[in-house]
Design a protein around this ligand. Structure first.
Ligand SMILES: Nc1ncnc2c1ncn2[C@@H]1O[C@H](COP(=O)(O)OP(=O)(O)OP(=O)(O)O)[C@@H](O)[C@H]1O
Ligand SMILES: [Mg+2]
Length: 354
């Protein structure tokens, strides 16, 4: 078993290559934060972007599903594919983590354990039985053995959350994010779900560090696209104890993803404006609240409209009929419920995946 470093690192981290990339990544992220702030209602974006992330992040673990299955799983409790349910639960885990961090402004070991519990649906918690190793999938050869002893795992986790919550060094939060992700995966505190939990931890850290107000920047797609490099960099960093390439990899991911997310926000915003115009031109029921509830998630239901607009069930139903007649929503009966899909938003999110 290899020994893990304690945080903060003693290495000289701020090399000129890192600083060069850092300024690009910070700029892109600041732009994303700013654009998100101009939206009338940030919640509109979060669900759509989160479901995309839930799907992508889950598929690193080979949990493959389709968007059609996913929204069925959102509506139905039974009779849904377990893969789709995993994705929906993953989004719930992200929301929970986000709300915890927003409320407490701190990330604790129990926050992390709770996230993992929600993803894995078991209460096994932090590893207490030895045997978890990282293997090469093809050759089965052991690549890395994380700490095996529970006390040792807890020691490193405590060190990590202290590093997360306190200003132990003067590094930029984005550099810290890269170090935190490396360290968390290297501690590998759980039997399974370490990757997914670690990816959620990343976004919670960004929000806690006030680099974003809303949880809308996710590296999973970038990691999938650059998966070999991701895996290799863990080992390279461990072997050389030189974090430069790892940190640059993560910083580039932040830049790329921030720019992409800006793009999707702009597209959602454009669609919203078009829908607004359609509502105003073709119907008499336009209100800001109605428009926002159509973009709150990619489907809606009578009782959602009722609650968000504070109108009666009958009126909500009438609204939904009008919206469907005008091609703004498309309804479908799923189980005993009728759901109304915002196909434009749905298609945008699907597109974003590629
Ligand atoms: N050599 C390594 N050293 C440290 N961590 C690693 C190494 N190789 C992979 N990892 C991390 O381990 C994660 C996989 O661990 P685990 O199977 O517990 O998580 P998961 O969420 O189930 O899977 P996945 O991340 O593949 O979706 C990877 O996502 C990566 O972050
Ligand atoms: Mg796994």
């Amino acid at each position: 078993m290899e020994k893990l470093e304690n945080l903060p690192l003693k290495n000289d981290i701020e090399t000129s290559n890192i600083l060069k990339q850092l300024s690009k990544s910070s700029r892109a992220l600041a732009e994303l934060k700013g654009i998100a702030q101009t939206l009338p209602n940030q919640n509109v974006l979060i669900n759509a972007i989160m479901i995309n992330e839930a799907k992508t992040s889950s598929s690193i673990e080979n949990i493959v599903t389709t968007y059609d299955e996913i929204y069925k799983a959102m509506v139905l409790k039974d009779n849904v594919s377990s893969a789709a349910k995993e994705v929906v639960d993953y989004r719930t885990a992200m929301w929970k983590g986000f709300n915890l961090v927003k409320r407490d402004n701190i990330i604790t070991i129990s926050t992390i354990v709770e996230i993992q519990e929600n993803i894995e649906h078991n209460t096994a918690g932090i590893r207490s039985v030895p045997g978890t190793v990282i293997k090469n999938n093809q050759t089965n050869e052991i690549i890395y053995t994380p700490p095996q002893d529970k006390d040792e795992i807890l020691f490193y986790l405590n060190n990590l959350v202290t590093y997360i919550n306190e200003d132990c060094d003067t590094l930029d939060p984005l550099i810290k994010l890269a170090i935190i992700h490396y360290q968390f995966e290297s501690i590998h505190p759980f039997y399974d779900g370490n990757g997914r939990t670690g990816r959620i931890l990343n976004i919670l850290y960004l929000v806690m560090a006030k680099l974003l107000d809303a949880p809308i920047l996710y590296l999973s797609k970038y990691i999938i696209k650059n998966k070999m490099e991701y895996y290799e960099l863990f080992q390279e960093t461990r072997k050389t104890n030189n974090y430069e390439n790892w940190i640059i990899y993560i910083l580039k991911g932040i830049e790329t993803t921030a720019l992409e997310t800006i793009n999707i926000i702009n597209k959602i915003n454009d669609e919203m404006l078009k829908t607004k115009k359609e509502l105003q031109d073709k119907t008499k029921i336009y209100s800001k609240e109605l428009l926002e509830s159509l973009y709150f998630d990619f489907y809606t239901k009578t009782n959602y409209i009722e609650d968000r607009l504070g109108i009666s069930n009958r009126t909500a139903l009438r609204y939904l009929n009008i919206l469907e007649k005008n091609g703004i929503l498309k309804s479908e009966k799923i189980g005993r419920e009728r759901i109304y899909i915002n196909e434009k938003l749905f298609n945008l999110i699907k597109q974003f995946e590629n």
